[in-house]
Design a protein around this ligand. Structure first.
Ligand SMILES: Nc1ncnc2c1ncn2[C@@H]1O[C@H](COP(=O)(O)OP(=O)(O)O)[C@@H](O)[C@H]1O
Ligand SMILES: [Mg+2]
Length: 141
């Protein structure tokens, strides 16, 4: 699915349907250049998941946790690269996990479904492309 966003305030409505399908063990990998709006999309999804917690950019090697209808983890792997954080992997099964700057290969660690959310900016319009990339580990449904 592809969404067009002209303002950040449109994001919660645009991403609501997607967020409603997320479940414990799901992973969303967010890609896009610096300033593309990855954190803004996380903020929208976290709000859609029923959390009123403030969403900030996780600084180097830190994982933020929010409480919505389920626990949510938010990390930013900028400059951390491939090495998945142990803490992140440990928490994934009991959370919905949103990771900025992760590579698609992180999907193999997801307990349930994985999605790639890619943002490109054309003039001041954000094109947000979401696709499912993961297979279900252990045949879980
Ligand atoms: N859909 C959007 N429309 C307009 N501005 C946006 C949108 N998404 C993000 N922004 C703005 O772009 C800037 C960078 O957003 P941010 O989410 O921090 O990017 P990233 O996490 O990809 O580096 C912020 O000032 C934010 O308000
Ligand atoms: Mg960010």
């Amino acid at each position: 699915m592809v969404f067009r966003a002209e303002t950040e305030s449109q994001l919660p409505a645009l991403l609501a349907e997607f967020a409603s399908h997320l479940n414990l063990g799901d992973l969303v990998i967010l890609q896009g250049e610096l300033g593309a709006g990855k954190t803004a999309c996380v903020r929208a999804i976290v709000a859609d998941l029923g959390s009123i917690d403030p969403v900030r950019s996780p600084t180097f090697a830190l994982i933020h946790q929010y409480q919505g209808r389920v626990p949510i983890l938010h990390a930013d792997l900028y400059r951390i690269g491939k090495a998945p954080l142990t803490e992140l992997l440990e928490g994934m099964a009991e959370s919905i996990t949103l990771v900025e700057w992760a590579e698609e290969s992180l999907a193999q660690h997801a307990p349930r479904k994985s999605y790639l959310l890619k943002i490109s900016v054309e003039h001041s319009i954000r094109l947000i492309n979401i696709k499912e990339i993961g297979t279900l580990k252990n045949g879980a449904k």
